[in-house]
Design a protein. Structure first.
Length: 78
């Protein structure tokens, strides 16, 4: 159920990261997480909940709001 949401969030992070010409290593360093963890988030492969704090830091470093990051992520099949 949440897997598709994680994939959408990850895809948006990749989009905005590339738009800013940032590497995974640079973004991960600025956020305070490992590049491997960021990679898993971006690929939707992290099945545990990503903390709100981590997502907020990622959004901040990408220069976007949480609303922009989460836009279109909601599951309308409920």
């Amino acid at each position: 159920m949440f897997a598709s949401r994680y994939k959408k969030i990850g895809a948006k992070i990749v989009f905005y990261r590339k738009l800013k010409s940032m590497t995974q290593e640079k973004l991960a360093d600025e956020v305070g997480i490992t590049p491997q963890y960021l990679s898993r988030i971006e690929n939707g492969g992290y099945t545990k909940c990503v903390s709100l704090s981590t997502l907020m830091k990622i959004a901040e470093k990408l220069g976007i709001t949480m609303s922009e990051l989460m836009e279109g992520v909601e599951d309308t099949s409920l």
